[in-house]
Ligand binder design. Structure first.
Ligand code: SF4
Length: 228
């Protein structure tokens, strides 16, 4: 494993508090739960990365089955328009701070599906992506290297991409509306969350959030099917 240089961006006056901050950042970077959303063929590289050959758990990263307890959302290949809706729903269910990694060239630019009408081309148009691991498909060593880069960012207090979703929500929402239609909405109230985290910014609001407010309605439970 690589040596990492830890620094804090906000120095406090009490030196002991700084030491404590650095320790906490290090602990956070070495205790990450990862939700792997296996959208494409790149997912086949995850079993060797997770199991005894490469064993990502020795780095402090282990799989998690629900978004609510996950820190990392790992997207493992091309994302169809239908799947992207579920990816966004999943991302919004995760608690902050949260991180997104796109594996495979398909998440960077659509890869070999770049001309497909059914594939979203650039994942970072719809979600704030912390890191891409390019390749078709990247080997487990590359996956491990990418995860270590993310750990270094967190330990250096440098992993703040999740804030961008709140601060530039209108941009992300606009791209989502362009793909899914202007009545697109999710169960999560991102604007209220932005206020909660103190991350409201000029880019939080705009013509797309106005459109959302116009179309927003309480989501109804699906009707129960009966045999009658
Ligand atoms: S980059 Fe290659 S391996 Fe990865 S999802 Fe696309 S086609 Fe599959």
């Amino acid at each position: 494993m690589k040596n990492i240089e830890i620094k804090t961006t906000q120095q406090r006056t009490n030196p002991l508090a700084n030491v404590f901050d650095r320790f906490m950042q290090f602990c956070q970077s070495r205790s990450l739960f990862m939700l792997h959303y296996c959208t494409g063929c790149g997912a086949i590289e995850l079993p060797p990365a997770m199991t005894s050959r490469f064993d990502m758990e020795r780095l402090g990263i282990q799989p998690m089955v629900t978004p609510r307890q996950a820190d990392i959302l790992l997207i493992t290949g091309y994302v169809s328009v239908k799947t992207l809706k579920r990816v966004i729903l999943t991302y919004e269910q995760m608690q902050s701070p949260k991180y997104v990694i796109g594996i495979c060239s398909c998440t960077v630019n659509g890869g070999m599906y770049w001309q497909s009408y059914a594939t979203a081309k650039k994942l970072n148009d719809y979600l704030p992506v912390d890191l891409y691991i390019a390749g078709c498909m990247p080997r487990p060593e590359a996956v491990i290297e990418g995860l270590q880069l993310l750990q270094n960012k967190i330990a250096n207090n440098d992993g703040h991409s999740w804030k961008d979703y709140f601060q530039n929500y209108d941009y992300y929402l606009g791209n989502q509306q362009h793909l899914f239609g202007e009545d697109w909405q999710t169960p999560t109230d991102i604007i209220t969350e932005a206020k909660h985290y103190g991350l409201e910014a000029e880019g939080t609001y705009g013509k797309h959030t106005e459109l959302l407010a116009k179309h927003q309605h309480p989501l109804q439970p699906l009707p129960l099917k009966t045999n009658n």
